[in-house]
Design a protein around this ligand. Sequence first.
Ligand code: KG4
Ligand code: ZN
Length: 343
Amino acid sequence: MTEHLNPPKPHASIILGIESSCDDTAASVLCDGKILANVAASQSVHEQYGGVVPELASRAHQSNIIPVIDQALKQAGVTTDSLSAIAVTQGPGLMGSLLVGNNVAKALCIAHQLPLIGVNHLQAHVAALFIDHEVALPMLCLLVSGGHTQLIWVEGIDQMEIIGTTQDDAAGEAFDKAAKLMGLGYPGGPLFDRLAQTGDPTKYSFPDAQTQGFHFSFSGIKTALLYFLRDQQKADAAFLDREMGHICASYQRQIVVSLMKRLDKAIKERRPASLGLSGGVSANSALRTAFLQMGTHRNLPAYIPDFAYCTDNAAMVAMAGYHRFLKGDFTALDETPYARAAH
Ligand code: KG4
Ligand code: ZN
């Protein structure tokens, strides 16, 4: 056991957070709201398939979860005996993946007589914004990941309402699917971002979908790219290779414009005190710039979590769990994980 320089106080609230909803196995230790450790193991096994393969994800979680938890506890300088509770992502996500994290969390709770806190993955992404910021409330949060694209009205860390969502693909999926069409690797988002920096974002135009309220839609833009590439390649086989940077920049620009348009509409109608950006796609450089500009333009504080808390991580789960722990809001051991947001 490594000695921790500042061992937690004997009566501190120490939460172990566990995340296994998709393809990242993660564990984090939080002491009185401060992160002591944040460990994650990602799964490269999916790269060759161009997307997450659920069965392989469950198996990789099985091999990673104990070492990851062990490492987080060691890094934090605590043992399971000093834990106050265990928070685990209960859903939404891949059922086989969720079962791994939930079963380990339950087993630890039984062995050490700890309360279990089942956390909603989307609420955890919002809780990530509270890790490093004193959030001005109400906050309007744009959650953009590989599985979700939502506008969330946040009154408190555990008090929120989804006011806009995607009708089809998530923003991250729009990047990943486009990258696949263009023969780039998986996940496509980061590669797309890098290539986009070499191109002119105004060279080509892609359509925005017509949606009601604050809802999003990204399946149309992906189909538009498919037909655009097919037609251009027919006339000129070298078109894609030559224009790659411009295509990435133009496509990325339209996704960012679509996101910002709904965000701005919601700001005008709901009048929040601050803005938040969370989820894996918040790593996108064009989106970060546009989001921060929106904050300046609308004179609102605009928060983006540290990158380690943007993509799937367990610190956000522990943070959401910590607030539930303070309220004594626990989860029964016979509760099951849920795959879908509305369960
Ligand atoms: O939140 P996250 O780690 O996992 C989910 O819950 O989905 O988000 C992963 C998504 C992927 O679709 C990935 O392509 C996208 O975030 N992503 C990006 C960037 N970095 C990650 N998309 C665009 N630009 C990036 N730099
Ligand atoms: Zn996520």
